[in-house]
Design a protein around this ligand. Structure first.
Ligand code: AMP
Ligand code: ZN
Length: 136
């Protein structure tokens, strides 16, 4: 994808604050961090989202998320971590090249990685389970 900013960052064509790199991924600091230490795991190959990325690479991305969170929990004075992955504009995705957000959390920070809990109604539960039945 010649016009994709994350393809260029992952390839090293655009400079980035790189925490880690291997043959499949680059891990960079987010330029608009939710908190101190907010990082992104970016695959070197272009896939728009979680549906498109191959299973094997998706698995490797999650293993890498575990590694980065483990290392950075020791390196930063953080108290917790959010691992976030947005798919689709309405879900907050702004860069349409798969990536995983690793967001360190600090007691009392006001990073908006949250939602207002609703209520699972019996009707919604039955409807959703029926829609998914036999599809896996
Ligand atoms: P999303 O909204 O899930 O698509 O996340 C895109 C993220 O990429 C945002 O948190 C941006 O701050 C971040 N971002 C966009 N451009 C750059 C860049 N050139 N370098 C680092 N982070 C970036
Ligand atoms: Zn891309």
């Amino acid at each position: 994808m010649s016009d994709c900013i994350f393809c260029k960052i992952a390839a090293g064509e655009i400079p980035s604050a790189t925490l880690y790199e291997d043959e499949n991924f680059r891990v960079i600091l987010d330029l608009g961090p939710a908190t101190y230490g907010h990082a992104l795991i970016i695959p070197k190959k272009h896939y728009a989202n979680l549906i498109e990325i191959p299973d094997e690479l998706a698995g490797k991305a999650m293993i890498l998320a575990k590694k980065v969170v483990t290392v950075m929990t020791k390196a930063l004075p953080c108290d917790g971590y959010n691992v976030v992955q947005n798919n689709g504009e309405c879900a907050g995705q702004t860069v349409f090249h798969f990536h995983i957000h690793l967001i360190p959390r600090y007691k009392g920070d006001h990073a908006g990685v949250t939602w207002k809990p609703g209520k699972l109604t019996d009707e919604a539960r039955d409807e959703i389970l029926k829609k998914a039945a036999g599809k896996f």
